[in-house]
Design a protein around this ligand. Structure first.
Ligand code: APR
Length: 311
């Protein structure tokens, strides 16, 4: 049986942790693509990971290149190419620089991997996913952005921490743009089916919502020279496994909405079914009046960002 192939555009922090995680799971061969002057450091990382393979008994092929010919036949392409934010920067501050990068990589991915499932991690992710889809012309099911998977993981973690219960039993969802207007939905949060409102006070829940919204910035401020990468890579891995395994997982992701939630023609974080056809469908749930207002706010923020691309 032919092994699966994952191509990662951008062999920086997220790209290299993702490669390590794919190796540990013996999930697929991995090819990392980076700028010509960055290929050697990326090769150094793949070689280092090759040297740990004997310790875990894993046989896969890892490679680093600047030549897009090597992504031919990839099942999944992950786009992490771009700059991450630093303290005192918002994700929106990355828009101009990262848009130019997305323009370049969209063309090359379309040329060499027209059938792959594409996951965009580059920020501001809703806008970059929109730009990528628009420029490549890929159908909507083939292009999603990493947003809700990461934000939901943070929401789950803070709930587990506050209740002192296992992360495994927390179920919840974050919708909306991947930025300060995101919507951690308390109404959807439960622990082993027990509504979270039975276990935590309104004040505790308000603090968790605030911390979830600011979680990325908290990490940026602590790191000092980049943004989160371990949890980003783990979230992407969840999406890859849902696709490769045709799992029909419900993962909140940035998806091209066509009327769902009143959003038409642009990307927003919504609950998506991820399976063998990629982003198979958006699940629509009835929102409360307060949630509808929050959704309008976040949709307006994303739409304003997208209009800055001129696309
Ligand atoms: N083509 C290929 N690779 C590129 C290009 C390009 N045109 N431009 C930059 N890169 C590479 C860089 O050389 C670097 O190796 O992308 C990689 C980015 O890695 P990091 O700087 O370590 O950033 P990372 O933390 O991985 O985040 C990547 O994801 O979450 C978002 O905001 C984050 O936009 C950022 C992206």
């Amino acid at each position: 049986m032919q092994r699966r192939k994952i191509a990662i555009i951008g062999g920086g922090q997220i790209g290299s942790i993702l490669t390590l995680m794919a190796t540990q799971k013996e999930l697929a061969d991995v090819v990392l693509v980076d700028l010509p002057d960055q290929v050697n450091p990326v090769k150094g990382k793949t070689l280092d990971i090759d040297h740990l393979r004997p310790h875990i008994g894993v046989d896969i092929n890892l490679s680093a290149t600047s030549d897009y010919q090597n992504i031919t036949g990839a099942d999944v392409v992950i786009v992490t190419a771009g700059i991450p934010r630093k303290p005192n920067m918002s994700r929106e501050d990355l828009l101009d620089i990262n848009l130019e990068i997305i323009k370049e990589v969209a063309k090359k991915i379309k040329q060499h991997s027209p059938d792959a499932f594409i996951i965009i991690a580059t920020n501001p992710v809703d806008t970059m996913s929109y730009a990528f889809q628009r420029l490549s012309g890929f159908p909507r099911n083939q292009v999603v952005g990493l947003s809700g998977a990461l934000d939901t993981g943070r929401f789950q973690y803070f709930i587990a921490e506050e209740t002192g219960l296992s992360v495994k039993d927390v179920s919840c969802m974050v919708m909306g743009g991947h930025g300060p207007t995101m919507m951690p939905l308390i109404r959807t949060a439960s622990i082993a089916g027990i509504p979270i409102t039975n276990l935590l006070s309104p004040q505790q829940l308000a603090n968790i919502v605030k911390r979830t919204k600011e979680a990325g910035t908290e990490i940026v401020n602590l790191l000092g020279n980049g943004s989160a990468f371990f949890s980003s890579a783990a979230s992407i891995m969840e999406m890859i496994e849902a696709y490769l395994g045709d799992k029909k997982r419900v993962i909140s992701s940035s998806a091209l909405c066509r009327g769902e939630y009143g959003v038409d023609g642009y990307y927003l974080g919504v609950p998506c079914v991820i399976g063998a056809d990629g982003m198979e469908r958006v699940i629509e749930v009835e929102l409360t009046e307060d949630e509808k207002m929050a959704l309008n706010t976040t949709a307006e923020a994303v739409s304003a960002s997208i209009s800055q691309t001129g696309l």
